[in-house]
Design a protein around this ligand. Structure first.
Ligand code: MOS
Length: 750
């Protein structure tokens, strides 16, 4: 499988490549089935491994009928805690700040349902599946702990990835005391699973102590190091290929037990091994969003200004590791309040360990916050938009720093105008459609951080004037193959049709993490600077070459356009890349680049994307059936590289918000801890019929601080704001406030 994607003529544009609404370069490959996903690899001599998983959530495995499984003619090996080869790292240890304890048959303990308890390896998938069935495990089961009433919350050491558990700004007691309106409200959000279309899969092949793995991954070079560490080999010995991901949403940024087991099996049997999780097995060992119970206490004065904003969250985690959904952090940076207090507590339940899932923290946190803000606006007799404007944060409430840029006011104004918010009655149950359905309008503010990670890239200019740009970026569907190539072409002063872009493989320069909505900023920054570095070298060749029309232009400088360098002071004197290289006797010229945020800018400014989401719902007054009929979002996210792809990301986020508000919930049996809906029939997500007219407006924003290109990020912000907007619209339609997600018919019938 080539990891370079060919261009079709429809993708060729001249001039500035960034800003062009190009379609995905990999789109044709995907829709024709030519794109190779991890499980599509079939090296010679391939064995198939099937993970046997526990059907209890807590206890131990007392017996596995390994002999029966081994009598199956196709079965080659059964790996259990009794014969599992050692690893170079303790799987119950933490290999890094972004790593989790994994289950790789270290003992007979069962800590959640669907935990791997054996790996059956066979000549065919069918034989491995049948062998796993023959294991017929016997358990000593203990009662499972599921749900908020199953234990006592504790204070976790950190939340999210290394975040502070409790954060306090100002004096919350004084803030509450100064309030004339007091709002105390509780919201619950359920466990949610990533449910990427492509299941977690891995093909592993050893050659001595060199390892090649095909597995979908959002952090290719970082994960290469983690895989290598488990097997005690240098990172350079591992080739991790991940040209395409069928969705990741955070679940493919971390390693999981089944992948390590597949690699172990390949080494043990000295043959390539493939392991692919079933849909049901993706509910357990590969992360999820923990459930939250959030209690907000807001105080406002008579003019509708917040005097206190207190946000307490309890999040579920597993019995043996921690990832605490940082839900209360949603209250840090959005609304001005002289006193802000956020606290996180954690509760151990018998599930797998949660992990980052699209908009970790903000998705569930902003759902509760935006509903609470709606309640506060009502208490003050104010329109929800007016209330938000009165509490507009001119500087970051948490740090007091200025924002690097913040066009939230424009988002409110343009979103409201586009939606037609003006004239909305304050009281609920005031609007009906022609069929007698209750109509409600609600809104929510959207916000997401715009982090930048570190990345590197290499650009190679060729003698024919075309170029190759390389970085180990990951495209989980968001469009990195296209947007990064656009930026790469701009860095080189070429058209995108003249640039070959390679990504998705660990033998390329580290492209950073496709996560945190920061991949375009990070990997984009690296490819741009690699291009610039190449051009700087090229310009030096030309301006010092007496045969070049640019000779001596060193002081005046040169400008880059369409594969040529022009003298700044004389546009009639130019030289082509190909000619410069030819005269210098070079067949190619390489430049290198890297990207990271300027520490001074990071220290002096708060950096976030912002937005405003407006929702219309219709509710059947007799049946309580709810439908979202319109969603308008307006987002300010810095420079937009590809409006077509960015809109698609924003739509995806808004649809996820709709899903959060009305559909998604993982149900676990309270007695056994087993998942009751580990499939896409029982775990509801919106289908086309559920998704209304959607609009995502992109508000212009120049940001001189976030990074050299002014890019923020659009991957996650669409969820935030949307959940609250829909919940608030349902209240506006019905007059009933639902306090748990997803909102169900029985929650609003009175
Ligand atoms: Mo994401 S949860 O940063 O993939």
């Amino acid at each position: 499988m080539p990891d370079t994607i060919p261009l079709s003529p429809a993708h060729v544009r001249y001039g500035s490549n960034s800003g062009q609404p190009l379609t995905r370069r990999d789109g044709i490959l995907k829709v024709t089935g030519a794109a190779t996903y991890a499980a599509d690899n079939h090296p010679k001599g391939l064995l198939h491994a099937v993970v046997a998983v526990s059907t209890i959530a807590r206890g131990r495995v007392s017996f596995l009928d390994v002999a029966a499984a081994k009598t199956h003619p196709g079965v080659v090996e059964v790996i259990t805690p009794a014969n599992r080869p050692p690893l170079a790292l303790d799987p119950d240890g933490k290999v890094g700040f972004f790593a989790f304890r994994i289950e790789v048959l270290q003992n007979d303990r069962v800590r959640y349902a669907n935990q791997p308890i054996a790996l059956v390896v066979a000549e065919t998938l069918e034989a491995a599946t049948e062998g796993a069935r023959l294991l017929a495990p016997v358990y000593e089961a203990e009662p499972a702990r599921i749900g908020f009433d199953s234990g006592t919350p504790y204070v976790p050491p950190v939340v999210g990835i290394g975040g502070a558990t409790d954060v306090s700004v100002g004096d919350i007691a004084s803030g509450h005391a100064a309030a004339t309106h007091h709002i105390e409200t509780v919201y619950e959000t359920p466990i949610q699973y990533h449910n990427a279309m492509e299941p977690h899969a891995l093909v592993a092949e050893w050659d001595g102590d060199r390892l090649t793995i095909d597995t979908p991954n959002q952090a290719i070079v970082m994960s290469r190091g983690a895989f290598a560490a488990y097997f005690g080999i240098p990172a350079e010995n591992v080739l991790l290929r991940s040209p395409f991901l069928g969705g990741g949403f955070g679940s493919k940024a971390i390693l999981a037990g089944p992948q390590i087991l597949g690699i172990l099996a390949a080494r043990m049997l000295d043959r390539p091994v493939k392991v692919v999780l079933t849909r049901a097995q993706m509910v357990g060992p590969v992360g999820h969003r923990g459930a939250t119970r959030q209690t907000l206490r807001l105080g406002t004065d008579d003019s509708g200004r917040l005097t206190a904003l207190e946000h307490n969250a309890i999040s579920t985690t597993s019995s043996f590791d921690e990832f605490i959904e940082p839900a209360a952090n949603a209250s840090h940076n959005l609304y001005a309040s002289p006193a802000i207090l956020t606290r996180h507590r954690a509760l151990r339940v018998d599930t797998g360990t949660p992990g980052p899932m699209r908009a970790p923290g903000e998705a569930s946190g902003s759902a509760a916050l935006e509903c609470a803000i709606d309640e506060a606006a009502l208490a003050c007799g104010l329109d929800p938009l007016e209330f938000r404007l009165r509490n507009y944060a001119e500087v970051d409430p948490a740090s007091g720093k200025p924002f690097s840029s913040k066009a939230l006011r424009e988002c409110y104004a343009q979103g409201a105008a586009h939606f037609g918010w003006a004239g909305r009655p304050l009281a609920p149950r005031q609007m009906r459609d022609a069929d007698g359905c209750l109509v409600g309008w609600g809104m929510g503010s959207a916000m997401f951080a715009c982090p930048m990670f570190q990345a590197q890239a290499r650009a190679t200019l060729r003698s024919d004037g075309t170029a190759l740009v390389e970085t180990a970026a990951a495209d989980m569907g968001q469009g990195a193959w296209t947007a990064l190539a656009q930026i790469a072409a701009d860095g080189l002063g070429l058209d995108i049709g003249q640039v070959e872009f390679r990504a998705g493989s660990s033998d390329l320069p580290d492209g950073g993490i496709a996560g945190g909505s920061g991949h375009t900023a990070t990997a984009g920054g690296a490819v741009f600077s690699a291009g610039r570095d190449t051009i700087a070298r090229l310009a030096e060749l030309a301006t010092t070459d007496p045969a070049s029309p640019l000779f001596g232009a060193g002081n005046a400088g040169v400008e880059v356009r369409n594969g040529r360098l022009y003298r700044n002071d004389d546009d009639s004197r130019s030289d082509s890349y190909a000619d410069i290289l030819a005269r210098a006797g070079l067949s190619e010229l390489e430049g290198n680049g890297k990207a990271a945020r300027d520490p001074a800018d990071a220290a002096s400014h708060a950096m976030f994307s912002h937005g405003a989401v407006f929702a219309e719902v219709k509710v059947d007054p007799d049946l309580g059936q709810m439908r979202v009929t319109r969603l308008v979002g307006a987002f300010a996210a810095g420079r937009i590289i590809n409006p077509h792809l960015a809109r698609s990301q924003l739509y995806g986020g808004m649809i996820w918000g709709l899903s959060f508000a009305l559909h998604e919930e993982a149900v676990h049996d309270r007695r056994t801890g087993r998942s009751m809906n580990a499939d896409l029939a029982g775990y509801h997500v919106p289908v086309n019929a559920d998704v209304p007219s959607l609009e995502a407006l992109m508000i212009h924003e120049d940001d001189p601080y976030v990074n050299a290109l002014g890019i923020k990020g659009v991957g996650e912000i669409g969820i935030t704001g949307t959940v609250g907007a829909i919940a608030n619209a349902i209240w506006h339609a019905t007059g009933v406030r639902a306090h748990r997600f997803p909102i169900r018919i029985e929650d609003i019938l009175v």
